[in-house]
Structures are given as structure tokens and as C-alpha cells.
Design a protein around this ligand. Sequence first.
Ligand SMILES: [Mg+2]
Length: 239
Amino acid sequence: MPIRGVIFDVDDTLFDYSGSEQAGILAHLHHLDLLHRAPDPQSAVTLWREVMREQYARFLAGELTFAGQQRERARQFLARLGEDTTTMPDETAAAWFAGYTAHRNAAWTAFPDAAPTLAALAPTHRLGIVSNAPIDQQRPKLHATGLLHHFDDTALVGSDRPGEAKPDPAIFRTGCARLGLPPHEVAYVGDNYDLDALGARNAGLHPFWLDRTATRTAPVDDGIHVLHTLTALPAALHA
Ligand SMILES: [Mg+2]
């Protein structure tokens, strides 16, 4: 059975989330003259990512709203830089996060292999998105980086409701249904091994794991195809 549809993850698959995140937090700290509070810039970035993972997990678990996890990230990060944020009002935390967002968005960029790959697939495959962020957060990234026109709006699926997220098979199957295809005719491409590759496989799709840095030393599980660039995807779909 040929693969007739391809669904993509957004962050760190099509869109260089890590790069814009790093540039954004460093510019924000520089602007606020807070960079000297961290031992060095790389430690500040590492700490920011650590806090993000903790608080975003709480959002995915339905414990915090999307805006709530943003405010909590601001509070926790500043607390670990030595500020007392226990009584920081919501508005202050939200404004701090908005400052970060502005710097991060100024650094938004897609990976150079994203646009050519989507253009190569568009004539022959139905294209979709399944992301663990709300789709209203992801649509502007795809638009700003010139990728949005490759997707019908109905083919954009985000984790808009708490608890409905990868690796739950339901969100992958929603993505397939939006393309009008059964899971076994759809490939899923993402950078996160557990959420994307294993999640897609367990939902019955063809999983393509994007390992841009080729850092994994352990063997991959049965049925998982490994890509190091998106450029290799069109040929891999036919293999
Ligand atoms: Mg990702």
C-alpha cells in the first residue's frame, strides 16, 4: 500500500524552535541586564529549557492552562536566578514572558530543508501537521517562515485540549482523518523519538524519526525509519 499522506511535527522538525528559543532567551536577558546572574549564557539557556520542560509537562497533563505554564516558567526561571517570585502577580509574570516571546519571535526560522521538502511532496502527497502545542501557536510560525501555504487549514492538528497529546494514538488518528486517509497510508515525521516515532508507530502510521544531530547510539525499535535530514524524506517514502 503506497504512502499517500505525510504528517509533520512542527517544533525542531520543520521549524527551528531550539535556535529561536536560545536566541530569544539570551536577547531577553541581555535586554533586562540579567545575563550576569547565570554562570554563563549556555547555563541560562539550559536552565530555561529545564524549566520549560517541567512546566510544559504540567500543561500537557491538564494541570496548568497554556498561559498559566508561561507565567510559571517566568516565575520558576527567575527564582532559580535568585529572585523571590513567590508574590509575583500574574500580570508581571505574563509581561515578562511576553518580553521573551517578542525576542524569540524575532528569531523565528525554518530549517533550510523544510520548504524544499514540502514543495517536493505537495504534488503527490496530502500534507498535514500534528503538534503538541495549540495550533494557534503553530500557525503563525508556519506562516512567518513561508511554510503555511503547503497545508489546508483543516490538516493542522494541535493539542488544543489538555490531555490530548502525542504519544496518545488518538491525536495521530485525528491527523489521518483530517487528510481523509487511513493510518497505514500515512507517514509521520518528527524529531522526538518517544512522542513522535514510537507514538506514530503505535497509532498505525509509518514512523520517520528525524535525528538531525545523529546522537542516538542505541538501536531504533522495529519499524522506525531514521532520517538525518528532511531532504532524504521523498526517496525514503518510496523505498
Ligand atoms: Mg518536535
